[in-house]
Ligand binder design. Structure first.
Ligand code: PMP
Length: 381
């Protein structure tokens, strides 16, 4: 059975070129970049080169790049570090549709007395900008917003959000875990103070990520130690960092060359499903990242549908968390005003530049066939 992997927002395949770049740094060049002997200095030079490469990817300076274990850690470092750096400000502003790594931390902070304001989104997944403008006040320690939503792909206007934040001298953190590698990133254009992303969303391995920290931005470390200019302790994950740098370089090449191709394939998949299932509708509207579509198939049991897709070799997912009490509907779709039933009937397809026309056509056909099996009376074109 051939596998069609359309779950690239969950994680991506490590590219062979990335694997190749990492390989020598496990058994051959295994020095610690902090050691002064030649093996350590060789590692140090590689770390410097990787940092320059990641900085170029964000249009940042090398000294502004902090390597972390991934976006979860980067998000924690930005939020906790900004609160600690500015103890007189006890408020964090965010959106209702952030990733759980942000929302769960903020719930914990709220229980400790930090004021947390979650700005709503409209039915298309767009951020309520007047509500954002009202929420950000001079006592806000941080505005933290995702760039692209992991479930719908909807892109928030981060540069406009930065203007609102900076009018009150409030720092802005962007969670770019779902935009890195899909659309060009420029920390200068965004006007952000901090930006997070994870390697494994752009074909690097799991367990490595970045926090961009604007020069001069006040931030306390999460992990203490001498590494990363005293901003993030712990011996650097050099193979992972080298893989991340290679993946950033390749992603930039792909964005330069194939961006229209990826959006074209996503649109073909989306319109193929919509035309064969007239009751289906897309959750979220443009602007979106070019690889994501989230489709509601009202009346269909999403979990069962995904199970059948999986049996047909198609990997997709549902923006939901499995809890002891069963599947919970996605907080993102509920925030957009979907009913619990419609949220549970929604599925996400996320492509990568490795996705082919064959994948898309196989998925389109299987979606129609499985929907027909599950709802025999269904009108299928
Ligand atoms: N933010 C967003 C928007 C994400 O999609 C993810 C991963 N699903 C994360 C943060 C966390 O990334 P990681 O699990 O690699 O730490």
């Amino acid at each position: 059975m051939s596998v069609h992997y359309l779950d690239n927002n969950a994680t991506t395949r490590v590219l062979p070129q990335v694997m190749e770049a990492m390989q020598p740094w496990f058994c051959e060049h295994y020095g610690n970049p902090a050691s002064s002997h030649p093996l350590g200095q060789h590692a140090r030079q590689a770390l410097i080169a990787a940092r320059a490469c990641v900085a170029a990817f964000l249009q940042a300076g090398p000294a502004e790049i902090v390597f972390t274990s991934g976006a979860t850690e980067s998000n924690h470092m930005a939020i906790l570090g900004a609160l600690q750096a500015n103890p007189s400000r006890r408020k964090i502003v965010t959106s209702a549709v952030e990733h759980s790594s942000t929302l769960r931390l903020l719930a914990q902070l709220a229980a400790q007395g930090v004021e947390v304001v979650k700005v709503p989104v409209n039915h298309l997944g767009g951020l309520d900008m007047p509500a954002l403008a009202a929420a950000v006040t001079p006592d806000t320690a941080l505005l933290t917003l995702m760039h692209a939503n992991n479930e719908t792909g909807v892109i928030f206007p981060v540069a406009e959000a930065a203007a609102i934040a900076h009018a009150h001298a409030v720092p802005l953190h962007i969670d770019a875990a779902q935009s890195a590698g899909k659309i060009p990133l420029s920390v200068g254009q965004f006007g952000c103070n901090f930006l997070s992303f994870s390697g494994h969303k752009l074909h690097a391995p799991k367990g490595v990520g970045v926090l961009y920290v604007r020069k001069g931005a006040a931030l306390q470390p999460l992990l203490y130690g001498h590494q990363e200019r005293n901003r993030r302790g712990g011996t650097e994950n050099l193979p992972g960092i080298i893989g991340l740098a290679a993946a950033c370089r390749l992603a930039q090449e792909h964005m330069n060359a194939h961006d229209a191709g990826l959006a074209g394939l996503r649109d073909r998949l989306q319109s193929g499903i919509l035309s064969s299932l007239p009751f289906a509708r897309v959750n979220g509207s443009e602007p979106r990242v070019p690889n994501t579509t989230n489709i509601c198939l009202p009346g269909l049991h999403g979990e069962e549908f995904l199970h059948r897709l999986g049996q047909a070799g198609i990997m997709a997912s549902q923006g939901s968390a499995c809890t002891a009490g069963g599947t919970e509907p996605s907080h993102v779709l509920l925030a957009m005003g979907l009913s619990r039933e419609d949220a549970l009937s929604s599925v996400r397809f996320s492509l990568s530049h490795e996705t082919t026309l064959t994948d898309v056509d196989a998925v389109t056909g299987a979606v129609a066939a499985i929907s027909r099996q599950m709802m025999p009376g269904l009108l299928v074109a």
